[in-house]
Design a binder for this molecule. Structure first.
Ligand SMILES: Nc1ncnc2c1ncn2[C@@H]1O[C@H](COP(=O)(O)OP(=O)(O)OP(=O)(O)O)[C@@H](O)[C@H]1O
Ligand SMILES: [Mg+2]
Length: 176
């Protein structure tokens, strides 16, 4: 199965992906894969990032992945690929703000990402697909715990975590 590990930048995808790798799972860092395979397209100045053709990326992965078991795809574009399961990593907007600030992101970029998280943008994009979608709140747990929960979800050992199981409405109300 192809399993997308997606989420707003800074929510913790890569931290969790590295814990999945440590437990023996096959994990592909999409950012690195796109670089290595020369799949970057036009630079989008406004978004300060390169465009990537999701169909080309999907084809390339299918040609190159020989693993017959589970393959986890770490990256905020992974939910645009033809995956069986999409795991959306979530982080409370106020904590995400601090994580992105520590990365020295410029304020407009921090705000864009914090707003996207508050408004469930990636979750909504994910539920537009045919995949089974789950959410993991990575605000207060450790990346190890989040990785174990993902393994349980994928193996069908636990329920819950469906779309809507994480929401920031209460936090947003405190701000307004
Ligand atoms: N559960 C957690 N608790 C505390 N800090 C965390 C947790 N998960 C990740 N972090 C921290 O948050 C920051 C962002 O994590 P990470 O790089 O994994 O995010 P990402 O979703 O992969 O971001 P990007 O989309 O930019 O690749 C890092 O400094 C990481 O150490
Ligand atoms: Mg990452």
């Amino acid at each position: 199965m192809m399993i997308a590990i997606t989420g707003t930048p800074g929510t913790g995808k890569t931290a969790i992906a590295s814990k999945l790798r440590e437990t023996g799972e096959c994990v592909i860092d999409l950012h690195q894969y796109i670089e290595e395979k020369g799949l970057k397209e036009r630079f989008d100045k406004k978004r300060d990032t390169y465009n990537v053709d999701a169909d080309k990326l999907d084809r390339s992965l299918r040609e190159n992945i020989k693993n017959e078991g589970n393959v986890f795809l770490d990256g905020h574009l992974s939910h645009f690929l033809k995956c069986d399961i999409i795991i959306v990593i979530r982080c409370s907007p106020s904590v995400l703000y601090e994580r992105l600030k520590k990365r020295n992101y410029a304020e407009p970029k921090i705000s864009e990402n914090v707003q996207a998280e508050a408004l469930d943008v990636i979750l909504c994009e994910s539920t537009d697909s045919d995949a089974h979608v789950f959410e993991i709140d990575n605000t207060s747990c450790t990346p190890e715990q989040a990785a174990l929960t993902i393994k349980d979800i994928v193996a069908g050992r636990i329920g819950g975590h469906g779309p809507g199981s994480v929401n920031w409405a209460e936090e947003m109300e405190r701000w307004c």
